[in-house]
Design a protein around this ligand. Structure first.
Ligand code: MIG
Length: 766
């Protein structure tokens, strides 16, 4: 096997602000994207240079100095020192602290078509990220493969799973850096698993050594930079943040309606119901079963009247069947993936023999997008993209199959993303200013721009529930804020305890979706006995109480890329205990709520509270952080702690997000020693008008030194659905002492905890 290791630099040129460096083996190019982002691409052949992930352009200027030994790029925040003999790439902070260096022996190299980068491993280095990957929060000592796969019955150790996010964050010596290896071939990451503690390495079966290096200090800042580069989500439809009930499958419109009616009768809040593959006519995408879903419009109208949205599944495989619209059109226009001789690729999936749309082509994406009128016409506004790894029975798609100008192995990892893109862009057009909800199983970096993801076919046991939380937390590091797992576990039957426990964790999952596999027992909240139903109902009600906080959290994700579910490694990066296997599943939900997942067989749990002060949500009990506590964890009370100083807006219980509620926004403030600001955000929840300024944004400042709480003037032109704000103080020990509305003092009384929401500025003294 031919093996080449990058050798000595032969020439250095600035070509239109791209630094071009040549060696005998290859050509390296370097771009500056921002003061904290530098791109390096090392390539043996001048090929195309496209990215599915990146949406930004490099900065127009590149500045560097060159000596006999090295080239130095210093952005002021990040320094890249390029060693010339041999060519090696070493990154430092502006103060010359090493962030990440090539292994000086092996650096970038090739073996056959494999392209690999060996990098120095620091003794205390930790690694987080890579999206949907099993294993520990700290990936040190583990290795991974990216190859999007349909893996039913995967275990908490399986790899690869469905999605590819070749982005990780390295932590050592109190420093942080990020690295995004933008290569869609099958790729490999090894975080010191097999190199005698010397090196970490990553590489791919082909393509270039093309990576973006992030030098910002702080995990949150790196996430912000990574999502600047690859894009952020838009505001999700508010209804998709409510409770979602799914099953493979509700077999008829009558059954779906019965489920809907039961939710309303039992007064269990819910917003979304699903149709899995059996709503179709012989699994033909964009059709309805003529008997069981005879009148889709009438059916969905009834759901809408009850305040439900319907999400339907679509798979990529188009049945080979002359006379079937999508098949005929695809054949006529050559929309399907082909072998190099032009023969259409055929594989078997649910509908039988299928062709696969070539989502890498714009014309195909447009056609696919328009086909959704068959679903939007009757009233569907959520679109579940399954099987897009792509999956076929037998799993191995021949290497000779072409997607766009690429062969399957080059871009398999981006197929699901391109399908999600087609679905999102198409349905967004058809829905005419309404936000579609798109959920995809396969994904690549950047998918956050189009779609939410769920983690695929998990199983109904405790280790899977905990794994699911780690996957969600890890996806959050990788730009995916809008994520969920099948609550209850897809395969197998959960015990009642597991169902209750998992549902309570679902309250704090970005997507709260209960789903079950064909043949398993029914999972709906009322299927577990009256006592359990009452707990499940109470937890779902609390999710609805929290929606103003959750929605503001999505605003933050849309603005900064910070996810809703945050591993503690984001805020408490230098605290060793957050990486302890015992505590690694804990996370912050939004800015202020610490959630500790607990197995369904345990009723007390050790919870690690990081530095600061914390209040148990259910009891108000206050704890000093920086240590673990033993917390009661009955099925009725998942351990959730509120950070001192937290500001959490809530509302009264509603049955679905279309209901107005009582018009009172309840502003909960927990006393703490440090000042805090919360950005409250609201808009119509359904349209894109917020992008034109039709939103409602208001800052709430809590200042313990000045003993004040201030609600600032509203930004944006949206009229809040809440007519009153009610202040609820926790842990203050006394009530409000003074109150001013628009600068005018009013007598403080019990009533002054409620203010009209149209008051511009509210000042509270406590
Ligand atoms: O071959 O549509 O992950 O959520 O219920 C299985 C049926 C196909 C896999 C998805 C699962 C869905 C199921 N699908």
């Amino acid at each position: 096997m031919q093996t080449e290791i990058l050798g000595n630099v032969q020439s250095v040129n600035n070509q239109h602000n791209v630094l071009v460096i040549k060696t005998i083996e290859a050509e390296a190019r370097v771009w500056v994207y921002s003061p904290t982002i530098i791109r390096v691409s090392v390539s043996r052949q001048k090929g195309r240079d496209t990215s599915f992930a990146v949406i930004q352009n490099p900065a127009p200027q590149i500045a560097y100095t060159e000596s006999r030994e090295e080239i130095v790029l210093n952005t002021g925040s990040l320094k890249l020192r390029i060693n010339k003999s041999p060519l090696r790439f070493n990154f430092y902070t502006a103060n010359d602290e090493a962030l990440s260096e090539d292994d000086q022996r092996f650096g970038v190299n090739w073996q056959g078509e494999w392209v690999i980068n060996y990098r120095k491993l620091y003794p205390d280095e930790k690694f987080i990220g890579l999206g949907e990957k099993t294993g520990n929060l700290d990936r040190r000592g583990s290795s991974y493969v990216n190859w999007n796969s349909d893996v039913p019955n995967h275990t908490p150790e399986s790899d690869p799973l469905y999605q590819t996010f070749p982005f990780f964050i390295g932590l050592h010596g109190g420093l942080t850096y990020g690295l995004f290896f933008d290569n869609t071939h099958k790729s490999y990451f090894d975080f010191g698993a097999t190199t005698d503690e010397q090196m970490s390495w990553f590489g791919a079966d082909g393509g270039d050594m093309n990576y973006y290096f992030f030098g910002a200090q702080g995990v949150a800042k790196i996430i912000e930079d990574y999502t600047w580069l690859t894009g952020r989500m838009e505001m999700p439809p508010l209804w998709s943040l409510g409770y979602q009930q799914c099953r493979w499958s509700y077999m008829s419109a009558a059954e779906v309606l019965d489920i809907a009616e039961t939710f309303r009768r039992e007064k269990i809040p819910a917003d979304v119901l699903y149709c899995d593959i059996d709503y179709m006519d012989e699994y033909k995408i964009f059709t309805w079963n003529k008997e069981t879903f005879a009148d889709p419009k009438a059916f969905i109208d009834k759901l809408k009247a009850m305040g439900f949205h319907l999400v339907t599944i679509v798979d990529p495989g188009i049945k080979v069947e002359p006379g079937y619209k999508e098949y005929d059109e695809g054949i006529a226009e050559n929309y399907f993936a082909v072998y190099p001789n032009g023969e259409k690729y055929v594989a078997s999936v649910w509908p039988g023999r299928c062709h696969f749309p070539d989502f890498f082509r714009e014309d195909v994406r447009e056609w696919w997008g328009k086909a959704f009128t068959a679903l939007t016409g009757p009233g569907v506004d959520g679109f579940w993209n399954d099987m897009n790894e792509p999956a076929a029975w037998g799993h191995n798609i021949p290497w000779l199959v072409k997607f766009g100008d690429y062969y399957m192995p080059e871009v398999r990892n981006a197929y699901g993303m391109q399908m999600a893109k087609a679905t999102y862009e198409g349905t967004k057009k058809i829905l005419n200013n309404l936000r579609p909800f798109v959920l995809t199983r396969a994904a690549y970096s950047g998918t956050q721009r189009y779609s939410a993801v769920w983690t695929g076919d998990n199983s109904a046991y405790d280790a899977h529930m905990l794994l699911g939380q780690r996957l969600v937390n890890s996806l959050g590091i990788s730009g995916m804020a809008f994520t969920g797992v099948d609550i209850g576990g897809f395969s197998l039957d959960p015990t009642p305890e597991l169902m209750v426990r998992w549902n309570s964790l679902g309250v704090y999952t970005p997507i709260f979706r209960n789903h079950a596999m064909q043949g398993t027992r029914y999972r709906e909240p009322w299927c577990w006995g009256k006592e359990n139903e009452a707990i499940i109902k109470k937890d779902i009600e609390f999710r609805y109480r929290l929606l103003p906080y959750i929605y503001s959290g999505y605003y933050q994700a849309q603005q900064t890329g910070l996810p809703l579910s945050r591993t503690l490694a984001i805020d408490y990066t230098n605290d060793e205990d957050v990486f302890d296997e015992k505590y690694q599943n804990q996370f912050l939900f939004g800015d202020a709520m610490l959630v500790a997942p607990v197995e369904s067989t345990r009723f007390t749990e050790d919870v690690y509270l990081p530095e600061g002060e914390w209040y148990r949500l259910s009891t108000g009990e206050k704890f000093e952080g920086g240590k673990a506590i033993r917390a009661d964890a009955p099925l009725t009370d998942l351990p959730v702690f509120i950070k001192a100083g937290a500001i959490i807006p809530m509302q009264n219980v509603i049955q679905n997000t279309r209901e107005k509620g009582d018009g009172v926004l309840e502003l909960n403030v927990w006393y703490g020693d440090t000042a805090n600001t919360f950005t409250y955000y609201e808009d119509d929840g359904i349209s894109y008008n917020y992008q034109k300024g039709v939103y409602y944004k208001r800052k709430v400042h809590f200042d313990p030194a000045k003993k004040t709480i201030r609600l600032t003037e509203v930004e944006g032109s949206f009229a809040s659905k809440y007519t009153q704000v009610k202040l609820v103080l926790h842990g203050f020990g006394h009530n409000i002492k003074t109150a001013k509305v628009n600068g005018m003092s009013i007598a403080p009384s019990a009533n002054t905890t409620v203010f009209n929401n149209d008051i511009k500025i509210i000042d509270i003294g406590f």
